[in-house]
Design a protein around this ligand. Structure first.
Ligand code: BES
Ligand code: MN
Ligand code: ZN
Length: 508
């Protein structure tokens, strides 16, 4: 991280149409292999124009002698003496196919990158199948976070620093595609860095400063509202949630103004930025409370996405509104039963201080709607119920029907796999309060993810197509690494939101 370049520093990516002329001992070649490619079920190298028959033979003989079959995600490291590299990583793709889904290539590249074991330079032929997926998968699979390791446990190597993507034609779109993939992966890695930074070091003011540095480096208009301004302007949700903490809340606005004419669309992004969620006075159980370092995953993804929109020069306006607070219990914390006034005037009875996300988001959504956007995408680690309903890897999308389905479809295209969920009208009755306009929780255990979405819907202005993406578990991998996803912050749903922005830029 440097002031001029405050985001994640991705490896250098080069496109080339041939292997190096001179032997590079410290470089590894990553080659996809398929299973059952011949009658004996042996692993065979996926045909490509870069390796001659001798090299292919060396790899296939080595795989056979090791009993490697090329099954999905199987990694085998072999030596092929005729090739100008130190070693070869054969990455299994499973059965041969005519068409390769992008995410299968992205995952394979990610698995290969995770097995590099300190190798700093990689060449791959996966890019001959899908250049962008190969580059994204390699960068994201190689991602690691060691900001908080002392010399005692810090890795001795630099990790992957150099990627050469082999493609038949380097003259056409290849360079732009490699750059786009690098920018996308950098955005995801930047979101991961923010999530992985511990709550001791990432609190609202620090988070706002980082958002500002990232935004300014990308040429965005940046505005930071401090706690006094928030109180004065009536951001009752952000102030109420933040008041239990000694570290006051913030609200950051980041604008990419790319619109070319009056027809260009305007998109609002909103992301939940709870830098740590103890639950407040309605305190959470101790087990796994540390996962709540990820409760700003929505905010991280939104910041990364608006920066990416600027880097890719999307011809639309994108305005991010990011509320940031720490949800703590203390003598100054809000109490269950308190009433607060959300930005815009709706009053809320806070029956549970652990349903804090919707309180800061409601303020931010109302503010975002004042800009009169065509679309609003909001994302948050909002409910444990997301995980009960859809599991650890599948975000839930709610919102206006058409836009919700469009967001889910694009999310599936990029491999983040969000799934559409309904907002049944009757759930609104469960949010009635005896003293205020609304209660922040329902009295029932049912449909917790949809109840939260129903609460947010009350604050979206009429006529704006909107989507709410609940990434409670998908934003943070508490299990083992898989594909291009390591432990900790995942950067989800950055690629979904960017895909939606690109789609809007193209089609309106
Ligand atoms: N940040 C949590 C949701 C969460 C839970 C995210 C687990 C990631 C993993 C959110 O603020 C919360 O506490 N939600 C409550 C809502 C309830 C009080 C209605 C929940 O899900 O239990
Ligand atoms: Mn909570
Ligand atoms: Zn929370």
């Amino acid at each position: 991280m440097s002031p001029a370049n405050p985001g994640y520093q991705a490896p250098a990516v080069t496109v080339s149409s041939s292997l190096p002329k001179r032997k590079a001992d410290k470089t590894v070649l990553i080659v996809p292999v398929v299973s059952g490619g011949d009658d004996d079920g042996r692993a065979t190298v996926v045909a490509n124009p870069f390796l001659d028959a001798e090299a292919v033979g060396e790899i296939e003989v080595a795989l056979e002698s090791l009993g490697a079959k090329g099954g999905p995600d199987q990694v085998t490291r072999v030596v092929a003496p005729s090739l100008p590299v130190g070693s070869v990583i054969a990455i299994g793709l499973g059965k041969p196919r005519e068409d390769w889904p992008s995410d299968l290539i992205r995952r394979a590249a990610g698995v290969a990158a995770r097995s590099l074991n300190g190798t700093e330079a990689a060449i791959t032929t996966l890019s001959d199948i899908d250049l962008e997926a190969a580059v994204e998968g390699l960068i994201l699979g190689a991602y690691r976070f060691s900001d908080f390791r002392s010399d005692k446990t810090a890795p001795k190597d630099k990790g992957l620093r150099d990627i050469t993507a082999l493609v038949a034609d380097t003259k056409g779109k290849a360079k732009a595609q490699a750059q786009r993939a690098t920018n996308i992966a950098t955005a995801v890695a930047t979101a991961r860095d923010l999530v992985n930074t511990p709550p001791s070091h990432l609190f609202p003011d620090e988070f706002a400063k980082r958002a500002k540095a990232l935004g300014e480096a990308a040429g965005l208009d940046v505005e930071v509202l401090d706690d006094k301004t928030l109180a004065k302007e009536g951001y009752g949700g952000v102030v109420g949630v933040g008041k239990g903490s000694s570290r006051p809340p913030r609200l950051v606005r980041l604008a990419h103004r790319g619109a070319k004419n009056k027809k260009s669309k305007k998109v609002a992004l909103v992301g939940k930025g709870i830098t740590f969620d103890t639950g407040g006075i309605s305190i959470k159980p101790a087990a796994n409370m540390h996962h709540m370092t990820s409760d700003m995953g929505g905010a991280a993804a939104v910041i990364a996405t608006v920066v990416l929109a600027a880097k890719q020069k999307l011809p639309i306006d994108v305005i991010a509104t990011v509320p940031m607070a720490e949800n703590m219990p203390s003598a100054t914390a809000q109490r269950p039963g308190d009433v607060l006034t959300q930005y815009g005037g709706i009053t809320v009875e806070v029956l549970n201080t652990d349903a804090e996300g919707r309180l800061i988001l409601a303020d931010a959504i109302v503010r975002a709607c004042e800009d009169d956007p065509d679309y609003l995408i909001e994302t948050s680690t909002l409910t444990g119920a997301q995980t009960v309903a859809l599991g650890a890897r599948t975000p839930g999308v709610m919102g206006s029907d058409e836009f919700r389905d469009r967001v889910a479809a694009l999310s599936q295209e990029v491999g983040e796999n969000a799934w559409p969920m309904p907002l049944p009208d009757e759930l609104k009755d469960d949010l009635k309060s005896t003293v205020a306009d609304l209660a922040n929780v329902s009295g029932s255990r049912y449909a917790g993810m949809l109840v939260a979405g129903t609460y947010l819907r009350e604050f979206v202005a009429d006529g704006i197509a909107w989507a709410h993406i609940d990434v409670a578990a998908p934003a943070y991998n508490s299990g083992g690494p898989w594909g291009y996803t390591g432990k900790g912050g995942t950067g989800v749903p950055t690629r979904t939101m960017f895909a939606v922005l690109e789609d809007i830029a193209q089609k309106g």
